[in-house]
Design a protein around this ligand. Sequence first.
Ligand code: PMP
Length: 384
Amino acid sequence: MSQKSSELKAQGVDVINLSVGEPDFNTPDHIKAAAIKAVEENYSRYSPVPGYPALREAISAKLKNENGLDYAPAQILCSNGAKQSVCNAIMALVNAGDEVIIPAPYWVSYPQMVKLAEGEPVIVEAGIEQDFKITPEQLEAAITPKTRALILCSPSNPTGSVYSKEELAGLARVLARHERVIVIADEIYEHINYIGKHESIAQFAEIKDRVVIVNGVSKAYAMTGWRIGFIAAPEWIVKGCNKLQGQYTSGPCSVSQKAAEAAYTGSQQCVEDMRQAFERRKNLIVKLAKEIPGLEVNSPEGAFYLFPKCSSYFGKKDGERVINNSTDFAMYLLEVGHVATVGGDAFGSPECFRMSYATSDENIVEAMKRIKETLARLRQKEVR
Ligand code: PMP
Protein backbone atom coordinates (compact mmCIF):
# COMPACT_ATOMS: atom_id res chain seq x y z
CA MET A 1 0.00 0.00 0.00
CA SER A 2 2.71 2.46 0.90
CA GLN A 3 4.64 1.62 -2.29
CA LYS A 4 1.51 2.19 -4.40
CA SER A 5 0.80 5.35 -2.46
CA SER A 6 4.33 6.66 -3.17
CA GLU A 7 3.96 5.79 -6.86
CA LEU A 8 0.73 7.78 -7.08
CA LYS A 9 2.30 10.70 -5.23
CA ALA A 10 5.27 10.62 -7.63
CA GLN A 11 2.77 10.95 -10.49
CA GLY A 12 1.46 14.11 -8.86
CA VAL A 13 -1.69 12.56 -7.35
CA ASP A 14 -2.73 14.16 -4.07
CA VAL A 15 -2.96 11.08 -1.82
CA ILE A 16 -4.11 11.42 1.80
CA ASN A 17 -2.19 8.99 3.90
CA LEU A 18 -4.15 7.30 6.69
CA SER A 19 -1.83 4.29 6.73
CA VAL A 20 0.96 5.48 9.02
CA GLY A 21 1.51 4.13 12.51
CA GLU A 22 3.15 7.11 14.15
CA PRO A 23 2.23 10.47 15.68
CA ASP A 24 2.39 13.38 13.24
CA PHE A 25 3.78 15.70 15.95
CA ASN A 26 7.40 16.71 16.37
CA THR A 27 9.35 15.59 19.42
CA PRO A 28 8.83 18.20 22.20
CA ASP A 29 11.54 20.84 22.48
CA HIS A 30 12.78 20.00 25.98
CA ILE A 31 13.45 16.42 24.84
CA LYS A 32 15.34 17.60 21.77
CA ALA A 33 17.35 19.97 23.99
CA ALA A 34 18.37 17.06 26.25
CA ALA A 35 19.63 15.18 23.19
CA ILE A 36 21.64 18.19 22.00
CA LYS A 37 23.15 18.50 25.46
CA ALA A 38 23.99 14.79 25.46
CA VAL A 39 25.86 15.19 22.18
CA GLU A 40 27.76 18.14 23.57
CA GLU A 41 28.58 16.23 26.75
CA ASN A 42 29.98 13.37 24.66
CA TYR A 43 27.41 10.69 25.27
CA SER A 44 29.03 8.99 22.34
CA ARG A 45 30.24 5.69 23.71
CA TYR A 46 28.65 2.30 24.25
CA SER A 47 26.10 2.31 27.04
CA PRO A 48 25.53 -0.66 29.35
CA VAL A 49 23.53 -3.34 27.48
CA PRO A 50 20.26 -2.76 29.42
CA GLY A 51 20.58 1.05 29.21
CA TYR A 52 22.04 3.79 31.42
CA PRO A 53 21.22 3.41 35.14
CA ALA A 54 19.66 6.92 35.12
CA LEU A 55 17.19 5.95 32.40
CA ARG A 56 16.28 2.69 34.12
CA GLU A 57 15.74 4.61 37.34
CA ALA A 58 13.52 7.11 35.52
CA ILE A 59 11.47 4.24 34.09
CA SER A 60 11.26 2.57 37.50
CA ALA A 61 9.92 5.88 38.92
CA LYS A 62 7.45 6.24 36.02
CA LEU A 63 6.08 2.74 36.68
CA LYS A 64 5.68 3.55 40.37
CA ASN A 65 4.15 7.01 39.94
CA GLU A 66 1.93 6.46 36.91
CA ASN A 67 1.07 2.79 37.24
CA GLY A 68 1.50 2.03 40.96
CA LEU A 69 3.88 -0.81 40.04
CA ASP A 70 7.12 -1.71 41.79
CA TYR A 71 9.95 -2.55 39.42
CA ALA A 72 13.57 -2.10 40.49
CA PRO A 73 15.96 -0.75 37.83
CA ALA A 74 17.42 -4.29 37.62
CA GLN A 75 14.01 -5.42 36.33
CA ILE A 76 14.12 -2.99 33.41
CA LEU A 77 15.90 -3.45 30.09
CA CYS A 78 15.95 -0.73 27.44
CA SER A 79 16.08 -1.62 23.75
CA ASN A 80 15.86 -0.10 20.30
CA GLY A 81 12.11 0.44 20.55
CA ALA A 82 9.13 -1.49 21.85
CA LYS A 83 9.46 -3.67 18.77
CA GLN A 84 12.82 -5.03 19.84
CA SER A 85 11.51 -5.34 23.39
CA VAL A 86 8.64 -7.61 22.24
CA CYS A 87 11.01 -9.59 20.05
CA ASN A 88 13.60 -9.99 22.82
CA ALA A 89 10.94 -11.36 25.16
CA ILE A 90 9.64 -13.79 22.55
CA MET A 91 13.11 -14.97 21.54
CA ALA A 92 14.15 -15.40 25.16
CA LEU A 93 11.03 -17.25 26.27
CA VAL A 94 9.74 -19.27 23.34
CA ASN A 95 11.31 -22.56 22.33
CA ALA A 96 10.63 -24.54 19.14
CA GLY A 97 7.08 -25.90 19.22
CA ASP A 98 5.89 -23.65 22.06
CA GLU A 99 2.51 -22.07 21.46
CA VAL A 100 1.93 -18.34 21.80
CA ILE A 101 -1.63 -17.05 22.02
CA ILE A 102 -2.23 -13.94 19.93
CA PRO A 103 -5.66 -12.31 19.95
CA ALA A 104 -6.77 -11.16 16.47
CA PRO A 105 -6.86 -8.45 15.25
CA TYR A 106 -3.17 -8.28 16.14
CA TRP A 107 -0.21 -6.07 15.44
CA VAL A 108 1.37 -7.50 12.27
CA SER A 109 4.75 -8.36 13.77
CA TYR A 110 3.62 -10.64 16.61
CA PRO A 111 3.00 -13.85 14.64
CA GLN A 112 6.15 -13.31 12.59
CA MET A 113 8.26 -12.85 15.72
CA VAL A 114 6.82 -16.06 17.19
CA LYS A 115 7.73 -17.87 13.97
CA LEU A 116 11.26 -16.45 14.17
CA ALA A 117 11.54 -18.17 17.55
CA GLU A 118 10.18 -21.37 15.92
CA GLY A 119 7.05 -21.11 18.05
CA GLU A 120 3.46 -21.65 16.92
CA PRO A 121 1.16 -18.61 16.86
CA VAL A 122 -2.29 -19.59 18.15
CA ILE A 123 -4.74 -16.98 16.92
CA VAL A 124 -7.85 -16.28 19.01
CA GLU A 125 -10.45 -14.30 17.08
CA ALA A 126 -12.18 -11.30 18.61
CA GLY A 127 -14.53 -9.55 16.19
CA ILE A 128 -16.12 -6.12 16.29
CA GLU A 129 -19.19 -7.55 18.09
CA GLN A 130 -16.96 -8.11 21.15
CA ASP A 131 -15.13 -4.82 20.63
CA PHE A 132 -12.13 -6.78 19.37
CA LYS A 133 -11.30 -8.08 22.87
CA ILE A 134 -10.95 -11.72 23.89
CA THR A 135 -12.93 -13.15 26.80
CA PRO A 136 -11.58 -15.24 29.70
CA GLU A 137 -13.47 -18.22 28.26
CA GLN A 138 -11.71 -17.86 24.90
CA LEU A 139 -8.35 -17.60 26.65
CA GLU A 140 -9.02 -20.69 28.76
CA ALA A 141 -10.05 -22.66 25.68
CA ALA A 142 -6.87 -21.69 23.82
CA ILE A 143 -4.42 -22.71 26.55
CA THR A 144 -2.75 -26.12 26.16
CA PRO A 145 0.25 -27.73 27.90
CA LYS A 146 2.38 -26.26 25.12
CA THR A 147 1.28 -22.64 25.71
CA ARG A 148 4.22 -20.47 26.68
CA ALA A 149 2.89 -16.93 26.29
CA LEU A 150 -0.03 -14.65 25.61
CA ILE A 151 0.62 -11.37 23.77
CA LEU A 152 -1.85 -8.75 24.88
CA CYS A 153 -1.90 -5.29 23.32
CA SER A 154 -3.94 -2.61 25.08
CA PRO A 155 -4.63 0.06 23.86
CA SER A 156 -4.58 -1.90 20.64
CA ASN A 157 -3.06 -1.42 17.27
CA PRO A 158 -5.04 -1.87 14.97
CA THR A 159 -8.40 -1.56 16.76
CA GLY A 160 -8.00 1.18 19.38
CA SER A 161 -9.76 -1.10 21.87
CA VAL A 162 -8.74 -0.88 25.52
CA TYR A 163 -9.19 -3.63 28.11
CA SER A 164 -10.86 -2.36 31.29
CA LYS A 165 -9.58 -3.31 34.74
CA GLU A 166 -12.43 -5.82 35.10
CA GLU A 167 -11.68 -7.40 31.73
CA LEU A 168 -7.99 -7.72 32.63
CA ALA A 169 -8.93 -9.20 36.00
CA GLY A 170 -10.95 -11.87 34.17
CA LEU A 171 -7.97 -12.79 32.00
CA ALA A 172 -5.64 -12.72 35.04
CA ARG A 173 -7.88 -15.21 36.87
CA VAL A 174 -7.46 -17.66 33.97
CA LEU A 175 -3.72 -17.06 33.74
CA ALA A 176 -3.28 -17.61 37.48
CA ARG A 177 -4.30 -21.25 36.91
CA HIS A 178 -1.67 -21.82 34.21
CA GLU A 179 1.75 -21.26 35.70
CA ARG A 180 3.77 -21.83 32.54
CA VAL A 181 2.11 -18.98 30.66
CA ILE A 182 3.86 -15.61 30.53
CA VAL A 183 1.98 -12.47 29.47
CA ILE A 184 3.75 -10.10 27.12
CA ALA A 185 1.75 -6.91 27.71
CA ASP A 186 2.38 -4.42 24.92
CA GLU A 187 1.44 -1.06 26.45
CA ILE A 188 3.15 1.21 23.91
CA TYR A 189 -0.12 3.19 23.44
CA GLU A 190 -0.62 3.64 27.21
CA HIS A 191 -0.75 7.42 27.08
CA ILE A 192 -3.07 7.68 24.09
CA ASN A 193 -6.10 6.72 26.10
CA TYR A 194 -9.56 8.34 26.06
CA ILE A 195 -11.06 6.72 29.14
CA GLY A 196 -8.69 7.99 31.78
CA LYS A 197 -6.29 5.82 33.71
CA HIS A 198 -4.30 3.15 31.91
CA GLU A 199 -4.75 -0.32 33.37
CA SER A 200 -1.88 -2.81 33.25
CA ILE A 201 -2.37 -6.55 33.65
CA ALA A 202 0.76 -6.45 35.84
CA GLN A 203 -1.34 -4.94 38.65
CA PHE A 204 -2.72 -8.38 39.56
CA ALA A 205 -0.41 -9.78 42.22
CA GLU A 206 -1.22 -13.42 41.43
CA ILE A 207 0.39 -13.12 37.98
CA LYS A 208 2.75 -10.14 38.25
CA ASP A 209 5.79 -12.43 38.35
CA ARG A 210 4.77 -13.74 34.93
CA VAL A 211 4.15 -10.43 33.17
CA VAL A 212 6.53 -8.69 30.80
CA ILE A 213 5.46 -5.07 30.35
CA VAL A 214 6.55 -3.58 27.04
CA ASN A 215 6.48 0.18 26.64
CA GLY A 216 8.62 3.04 25.39
CA VAL A 217 8.74 6.63 24.27
CA SER A 218 7.76 6.24 20.60
CA LYS A 219 4.05 7.04 20.71
CA ALA A 220 3.56 9.06 23.92
CA TYR A 221 6.37 11.53 23.20
CA ALA A 222 6.32 11.46 19.39
CA MET A 223 9.74 9.78 19.33
CA THR A 224 9.31 6.92 16.86
CA GLY A 225 12.65 7.58 15.17
CA TRP A 226 14.68 7.78 18.37
CA ARG A 227 14.24 4.04 18.97
CA ILE A 228 13.89 3.62 22.71
CA GLY A 229 11.60 1.02 24.28
CA PHE A 230 11.82 -1.11 27.39
CA ILE A 231 10.60 -4.17 29.19
CA ALA A 232 9.78 -4.29 32.88
CA ALA A 233 9.73 -7.90 34.01
CA PRO A 234 10.91 -10.46 36.55
CA GLU A 235 14.69 -10.39 36.78
CA TRP A 236 15.19 -13.85 35.24
CA ILE A 237 13.45 -12.69 32.06
CA VAL A 238 15.38 -9.41 32.02
CA LYS A 239 18.61 -11.41 32.35
CA GLY A 240 17.64 -13.65 29.42
CA CYS A 241 16.78 -10.66 27.24
CA ASN A 242 20.00 -8.95 28.34
CA LYS A 243 22.04 -11.95 27.15
CA LEU A 244 20.33 -11.91 23.78
CA GLN A 245 20.56 -8.16 23.32
CA GLY A 246 24.20 -8.16 24.42
CA GLN A 247 25.00 -10.41 21.48
CA TYR A 248 22.99 -8.83 18.72
CA THR A 249 22.52 -5.10 19.29
CA SER A 250 24.11 -4.04 22.63
CA GLY A 251 22.60 -1.08 24.47
CA PRO A 252 20.42 1.33 22.46
CA CYS A 253 21.61 4.70 21.11
CA SER A 254 23.31 6.75 23.87
CA VAL A 255 21.88 10.12 22.80
CA SER A 256 18.36 8.71 22.45
CA GLN A 257 18.59 7.31 25.95
CA LYS A 258 19.36 10.76 27.34
CA ALA A 259 16.40 12.13 25.37
CA ALA A 260 14.15 9.38 26.75
CA GLU A 261 15.32 10.14 30.27
CA ALA A 262 14.27 13.78 29.74
CA ALA A 263 10.91 12.57 28.41
CA TYR A 264 10.22 10.53 31.54
CA THR A 265 11.56 13.04 34.08
CA GLY A 266 10.33 16.29 32.46
CA SER A 267 6.89 17.89 32.30
CA GLN A 268 4.18 15.54 31.05
CA GLN A 269 2.08 18.38 29.63
CA CYS A 270 3.23 17.59 26.09
CA VAL A 271 1.82 14.08 26.42
CA GLU A 272 -1.55 15.44 27.53
CA ASP A 273 -1.60 18.05 24.74
CA MET A 274 -1.02 15.38 22.10
CA ARG A 275 -3.54 13.06 23.73
CA GLN A 276 -6.17 15.76 23.56
CA ALA A 277 -5.46 16.35 19.88
CA PHE A 278 -5.81 12.62 19.21
CA GLU A 279 -9.08 12.54 21.14
CA ARG A 280 -10.51 15.42 19.10
CA ARG A 281 -9.49 13.66 15.88
CA LYS A 282 -10.91 10.37 17.12
CA ASN A 283 -14.28 11.99 17.75
CA LEU A 284 -14.16 13.55 14.29
CA ILE A 285 -13.23 10.40 12.37
CA VAL A 286 -15.69 8.19 14.28
CA LYS A 287 -18.54 10.63 13.56
CA LEU A 288 -17.67 10.84 9.86
CA ALA A 289 -17.10 7.08 9.48
CA LYS A 290 -20.49 6.35 11.05
CA GLU A 291 -22.09 8.47 8.30
CA ILE A 292 -20.71 6.15 5.59
CA PRO A 293 -23.22 3.47 4.60
CA GLY A 294 -21.95 -0.09 4.80
CA LEU A 295 -19.20 0.51 7.35
CA GLU A 296 -19.53 -0.86 10.86
CA VAL A 297 -17.59 1.23 13.36
CA ASN A 298 -16.75 0.67 17.02
CA SER A 299 -15.80 3.42 19.47
CA PRO A 300 -12.08 3.13 20.05
CA GLU A 301 -10.89 4.10 23.51
CA GLY A 302 -7.19 4.51 22.77
CA ALA A 303 -4.30 4.57 20.25
CA PHE A 304 -4.88 6.46 16.98
CA TYR A 305 -6.57 3.93 14.75
CA LEU A 306 -10.06 3.19 13.56
CA PHE A 307 -10.76 -0.35 12.35
CA PRO A 308 -14.14 -0.42 10.62
CA LYS A 309 -15.73 -3.56 9.28
CA CYS A 310 -16.07 -3.21 5.51
CA SER A 311 -17.12 -6.71 4.46
CA SER A 312 -20.54 -5.49 3.26
CA TYR A 313 -18.62 -4.25 0.21
CA PHE A 314 -17.10 -7.63 -0.61
CA GLY A 315 -18.45 -9.01 -3.90
CA LYS A 316 -19.26 -5.53 -5.23
CA LYS A 317 -17.98 -4.52 -8.65
CA ASP A 318 -16.71 -1.48 -10.50
CA GLY A 319 -16.57 -2.56 -14.13
CA GLU A 320 -14.32 -5.59 -14.29
CA ARG A 321 -12.95 -4.87 -10.86
CA VAL A 322 -14.34 -6.96 -8.00
CA ILE A 323 -13.75 -6.17 -4.31
CA ASN A 324 -13.07 -9.62 -2.89
CA ASN A 325 -11.37 -8.80 0.39
CA SER A 326 -10.04 -5.99 2.55
CA THR A 327 -6.82 -5.67 0.56
CA ASP A 328 -8.88 -5.13 -2.64
CA PHE A 329 -11.00 -2.69 -0.67
CA ALA A 330 -8.02 -0.68 0.56
CA MET A 331 -6.45 -0.72 -2.91
CA TYR A 332 -9.73 0.57 -4.39
CA LEU A 333 -9.83 3.41 -1.84
CA LEU A 334 -6.26 4.27 -2.77
CA GLU A 335 -6.54 4.08 -6.55
CA VAL A 336 -10.01 5.56 -6.94
CA GLY A 337 -10.40 7.70 -3.82
CA HIS A 338 -6.72 8.57 -3.32
CA VAL A 339 -6.80 7.69 0.37
CA ALA A 340 -4.21 5.26 1.73
CA THR A 341 -5.44 2.85 4.42
CA VAL A 342 -4.40 -0.72 5.32
CA GLY A 343 -6.45 -3.86 4.64
CA GLY A 344 -7.30 -5.89 7.73
CA ASP A 345 -5.78 -9.10 6.29
CA ALA A 346 -2.39 -7.94 7.58
CA PHE A 347 -3.81 -7.81 11.10
CA GLY A 348 -5.52 -11.20 10.92
CA SER A 349 -8.93 -9.60 10.44
CA PRO A 350 -9.87 -9.74 6.77
CA GLU A 351 -13.32 -8.16 7.25
CA CYS A 352 -11.95 -4.80 8.39
CA PHE A 353 -9.51 -2.10 7.34
CA ARG A 354 -7.34 0.28 9.36
CA MET A 355 -7.27 4.05 9.22
CA SER A 356 -4.76 6.04 11.25
CA TYR A 357 -6.00 9.43 12.39
CA ALA A 358 -2.52 10.68 13.32
CA THR A 359 -3.01 13.47 10.82
CA SER A 360 -4.61 16.91 10.67
CA ASP A 361 -8.35 17.53 11.10
CA GLU A 362 -8.44 18.86 7.52
CA ASN A 363 -6.93 15.66 6.19
CA ILE A 364 -9.39 13.58 8.18
CA VAL A 365 -12.38 15.54 6.85
CA GLU A 366 -11.16 15.40 3.26
CA ALA A 367 -10.21 11.71 3.48
CA MET A 368 -13.60 10.71 4.85
CA LYS A 369 -15.37 12.74 2.17
CA ARG A 370 -13.36 10.92 -0.49
CA ILE A 371 -14.02 7.52 1.05
CA LYS A 372 -17.73 8.24 1.25
CA GLU A 373 -17.88 9.30 -2.41
CA THR A 374 -15.74 6.39 -3.56
CA LEU A 375 -17.88 3.83 -1.78
CA ALA A 376 -21.09 5.46 -3.05
CA ARG A 377 -19.73 5.01 -6.56
CA LEU A 378 -19.01 1.36 -5.83
CA ARG A 379 -22.56 0.79 -4.65
CA GLN A 380 -24.08 2.50 -7.70
CA LYS A 381 -21.87 0.52 -10.08
CA GLU A 382 -23.08 -2.71 -8.60
CA VAL A 383 -26.76 -1.82 -9.07
CA ARG A 384 -26.33 -1.08 -12.77
N1 PMP B 1 3.76 -2.44 19.46
C1 PMP B 1 2.74 -1.94 18.76
C2 PMP B 1 1.38 -2.43 19.03
C3 PMP B 1 2.97 -0.95 17.79
O1 PMP B 1 1.95 -0.45 17.07
C4 PMP B 1 4.28 -0.50 17.56
C5 PMP B 1 4.62 0.56 16.53
N2 PMP B 1 3.86 0.56 15.39
C6 PMP B 1 5.31 -1.07 18.32
C7 PMP B 1 5.02 -2.01 19.27
C8 PMP B 1 6.74 -0.68 18.12
O2 PMP B 1 7.07 0.49 18.76
P1 PMP B 1 8.55 1.09 18.67
O3 PMP B 1 8.53 2.12 17.62
O4 PMP B 1 8.81 1.65 20.03
O5 PMP B 1 9.48 -0.03 18.34
